[in-house]
Design a protein around this ligand. Structure first.
Ligand SMILES: NC(=O)c1ccc[n+]([C@@H]2O[C@H](COP(=O)([O-])OP(=O)(O)OC[C@H]3O[C@@H](n4cnc5c(N)ncnc54)[C@H](O)[C@@H]3O)[C@@H](O)[C@H]2O)c1
Length: 362
């Protein structure tokens, strides 16, 4: 098992990464000094597979556990579902000292985290991320949210977990598309922060896609460490944390114009990274080899590198509604090389337009 310590403003917490951690989850909670009754909030599909082992593992260590499942999928990340969860937490007599445990992918984590952040002005949160995306990204860093009908993640909070338990064995039941989806965020981490990580992805892409150990566990732990470094420096996204949005300016626009249905988030970010690298190339910030290496790797992970048929006008309009807009200016996270990015607010619309025209027709 690997452990990564994260220092959040509200206190330190451990991220545990390893195989078979779900079965031993009660011990991990005890070791972290977490007591109180457990309110388990789980993705329905994930609960069918892992709910019982989690509940048994907790009860074996003396925890009282009550569970609530929410339908799988983004539509559960809503105020309506949060309201159902509040009702349930009241019904089962939840107190301030109790724990919310999120079991599932980023949807369950963000939703349960939002409920934990707000119920009784804040309950402690434990994350059991079961998707690769949740393990490398959403369970770490303390951002929690639900969606508003007019935009994703518009209603949220910063609420750091008290413990994150990432069991790599759970990843084995993930559909292949979900693995590829997460690989986009992993490639992103390599480009923005860590050239050796990027090189490792280049040398092991196919075995990582098959989740071969110990590679995948090490990659998860490395991504957590890197995200932790960024978040520790800028927990509330006032500066450096924005680099995590590499590929997201175009990526969010693609998700918005396609109604969040055709592209998984990582797939849209993959196209967005190709777009951002091409913008950087046009601005003379990188040479073509960097853009080619990134695109080749994304393709090997089965990720899209273009968005044929979408309207550049609608994409530009959607970018204008992005919440990453600051004082009317779009922020672009652009690569300066592999492992290094910068933020630019002066990207000419003409360059963006040319890149979008290319992405939708290639
Ligand atoms: N808070 C953050 O910092 C942050 C960062 C990135 C993404 N997010 C959010 O995360 C969400 C996306 O997360 P996601 O990709 O994990 O989506 P998800 O939670 O919808 O999970 C994807 C699918 O995989 C299934 N699944 C999960 N674990 C499984 C397992 N072990 N075996 C079989 N199936 C499994 C789920 O049932 C679901 O159908 C989005 O809502 C996004 O906004 C949040």
């Amino acid at each position: 098992m690997m452990q990564v310590l994260i220092r959040a403003a509200a206190g330190e917490y451990q991220v545990l990464v390893g195989r078979g951690l779900i079965a031993r989850c009660g011990e991990s909670l005890r070791a972290a000094g977490l007591d109180g009754a457990v309110r388990l909030i789980a993705d329905e599909q994930v609960y069918q597979r892992y709910g019982q082992p989690v509940e048994m593992g907790l009860r074996a260590c003396g925890y009282s556990v009550t569970s609530f499942t929410v339908p799988s999928g983004e539509s559960s990340k809503s105020l309506e579902t949060a309201a159902q969860l509040y009702d349930w937490l009241v019904d089962v007599g939840t107190e301030r000292r109790d724990l919310v445990l999120a079991l599932g992918g980023g949807v369950a984590g963000d939703l349960a985290g939002f409920v934990a952040a707000t119920f009784l002005r804040g309950l402690r949160l434990v994350q059991f991320p079961t998707s690769l995306l949740a393990q490398v990204d959403s369970s770490v860093g303390g951002k929690v949210a639900v969606n508003h009908p007019r935009g994703k993640n518009l209603i949220g909070a910063f609420h750091a977990p008290s413990l994150v338990v990432a069991d790599s064995e759970a990843l084995l039941t993930l559909p292949p598309r979900e693995i590829s989806n997460a690989m986009a965020e992993i490639v992103k981490t390599g480009i923005i922060l860590d050239a050796p990580l990027f090189e490792r992805l280049e040398s092991e892409a196919e075995s990582l896609l098959r989740l071969v150990e110990p590679g995948i566990e090490q990659i998860v732990a490395r991504c957590v460490e890197l995200k932790a470094r960024v978040v520790e420096e800028d927990e509330r996204e006032r500066g450096m944390r924005a680099i995590l949005n590499y590929g997201h300016t175009i990526g969010h626009a693609i998700e918005a114009v396609t109604g969040f249905e055709s592209y998984r988030h990582g797939e849209a970010v993959s196209v967005g990274m190709v777009g951002a690298a091409t913008v950087a190339l046009r601005l003379g910030m990188i040479d073509a080899a960097v853009a080619h290496r990134q695109e080749r790797l994304l393709r090997r992970f089965g990720l899209p590198v273009s968005c044929p048929g979408l309207s550049p006008d609608r994409l530009i309009e959607a970018m204008g509604h992005d919440k990453k807009l600051s004082q009317g200016q779009l922020s672009w996270v652009l690569p300066k090389g592999v492992g290094c990015v910068t933020i630019r607010r002066d990207v000419p619309l003409s360059a963006v337009r040319e890149v979008l025209d290319w992405l939708v027709t290639r």
